[in-house]
Design a protein around this ligand. Structure first.
Ligand SMILES: Nc1nc2c(c(=O)[nH]1)N[C@H]1C(S)=C(S)[C@@H](COP(=O)(O)OP(=O)(O)OC[C@H]3O[C@@H](n4cnc5c(N)ncnc54)[C@H](O)[C@@H]3O)O[C@H]1N2
Ligand code: MOO
Length: 471
């Protein structure tokens, strides 16, 4: 706390008043109804109704904190400001990255006239005589010779259609009189049927996908079919995580005032799900020199720290950023939880190297991850912006008088109203030090200052596992 620009050291009277007011409301009206809420986090101002803007008696807004939407937009801008050079990688390495160049077909597809079915290639009207007893044209085999008019030859799906063949008849639609060596069609034969002509899907040079397309497993298949052995992609942003705090344990039960490090295990896979390459996660304790050395020596495009963003005696993030000559771009965001989060530029030339300082409280850290790291990484990897996604909220949600709130919700898995329309169900256990709510959630609802009424549409930030899948 106290991390707003120009007054990082100490807590102002104004800040104390805000938090005391919120804590009182929370204790009197929230605690009983919402066991998971924490003082100052799940409450509106006294007497305030959800969905109403803060009235004249609302505590004053904190100065210097960047509005939530502005902070996200700024993180996206700096992330996208300098496009990193394209990188040539194998197909397998490219999955999950973004195409740096359009995917142009290197060949016609199919690259030869091919049979769509197992059956007979025929030339001209029937009945046909079999070209050679037991003869057949198989996929991948040598080019067959021309088919004389009136002839038929067995053919397999994917095999080259002999020159001069006029149709393919599926085996189940043909009858072979073996004694006479004659082939009869059981139904009308249409010129060209079940022949896939060369270039049906694309011609050499056709654009199959534009630059910027996400390389999905389906894109890998298409690229391979179209002749690619590797792809030119936008490199994944490299991220290094420094977990701060002497009180953190890496295993076993919490004891003696120590707590388990919840962010080390959470951040690397979450960052990977956001498209980053994670160089490593290191626990640095509360050692300012070690943090300074680690931040200045890091080769990452983005350094993510956890904890130490406030103004306590061992909160070293601001001092080491000053010492490193970093430029603070965002120093506190008007969002709960997570308001002490910060974004700094560490220099690094045209492309820029950045640091996102996540608050130590675990849900506050998730809030910082989605507010600052996600847009920065997305823009740097040149992934397309996400269209805002709105859904009505099932229940009233208390808001902060001035700040945006991010509240864990379930919206895909089971949140439906009587008519079956999707709705977001706000979850309890959403205090800044709690992960119980977010662990059960598939999104975070963006609650405007003043709160929201049941039925009101709120923006939802999807979590990477929203659709029930995670790799
Ligand atoms: N006087 C004030 N103090 C605080 C304020 C305030 O407004 N005035 N704001 C509080 C808020 S809100 C937050 S968020 C935290 C942010 O503080 P820091 O970023 O400096 O975080 P720490 O002090 O290092 O830790 C806070 C809390 O989180 C626990 N923690 C830290 N790292 C981890 C981890 N990896 N895994 C699990 N838990 C972690 C830590 O033990 C503390 O309990 O400041 C408040 N203070
Ligand atoms: O409200 Mo703090 O920002 O716990 O997260």
């Amino acid at each position: 706390m106290g991390s707003r620009r120009g007054r990082r050291h100490g807590v102002s009277q104004e800040d104390r008043e805000v938090d005391e007011a919120l804590a009182l409301v929370s204790r009197s009206s929230q605690a009983a109804s919402n066991p998971g809420a924490e003082p100052g986090q799940d409450s509106g101002q006294p007497g305030q109704e959800p969905g109403r803007p803060a009235g004249p008696s609302a505590p004053p807004s904190r100065t210097g904190a960047t509005p939530w939407g502005e902070a996200r937009a700024l993180a996206e801008r700096v992330g996208g400001a300098a496009a990193p050079r394209a990188q040539r990688v194998t197909l397998a390495q490219a999955v999950g990255q973004v195409l740096a160049e359009p995917l142009d077909a290197l060949t016609d597809l199919p690259s030869f006239d091919s049979s769509a079915m197992d059956g007979w290639a025929v030339a001209g009207p029937g009945p046909w005589w079999s070209v050679e007893e037991g003869g057949q044209v198989l996929a991948g085999h040598a080019a067959p010779g021309p088919l004389p008019d009136g002839a038929a030859v067995r053919i397999a799906t994917g095999a080259r259609v002999p020159p001069d063949a006029t149709a393919v008849i599926r085996s189940e639609h043909a009858r072979l009189d073996e004694a006479r060596g004659r082939l009869y069609a059981r139904r009308e034969v249409v010129q060209g049927q079940d022949i896939r002509p060369r270039g049906q899907e694309c011609r050499t040079g056709d654009q199959l996908l534009p630059a910027g397309a996400l390389v999905t497993p389906a894109v890998l298949g298409l690229a391979a079919a179209a002749g690619y052995d590797g792809l030119s992609v936008v490199p994944r942003p490299r991220v290094e995580v420094f977990v701060l705090g002497d009180e953190l344990l890496s295993e076993g039960l919490p004891h003696d005032g120590m707590v388990r490090d919840a962010l080390g295990p959470l951040l690397a896979p979450w960052l990977r799900a956001l498209g980053a390459e994670v160089l490593g996660t290191r626990h640095l304790g509360d050692d300012a020199d070690a943090l300074h050395r680690a931040v200045t020596a890091s080769e990452a495009d983005l350094v993510v720290t956890t904890g130490g963003t406030a103004a306590g005696p061992v909160d070293h993030v601001h001092p080491i950023l000053r010492k490193a000559g970093a430029e603070l771009l965002v120093d506190g965001v008007a969002v709960r939880p997570g308001h002490p989060m910060l974004l700094a530029c560490l220099g690094g030339g045209a492309e820029g190297r950045f640091l996102v300082g996540l608050p130590g409280n675990p849900l506050a850290a998730v809030s910082g991850l989605l507010t600052l790291a996600e847009p920065l990484l997305r823009a740097r990897a040149q992934r397309p912006p996400l269209a805002p996604y709105l859904t009505p909220v099932r229940d009233d949600v208390n808001g902060h008088p001035h700040d945006t709130r991010l509240v864990p919700v379930v919206h895909r898995a089971g949140g439906r109203d009587a008519e079956g329309a999707e709705q977001a169900v706000p979850l309890h256990y959403n205090g800044p030090a709690m992960l119980r709510g977010i662990a059960a959630a598939d999104g975070l609802a963006v609650v405007p200052p003043g709160g929201a009424r049941a039925g009101q549409e709120l923006e939802i930030l999807d979590l990477p596992w929203t659709e029930g899948r995670f790799t």
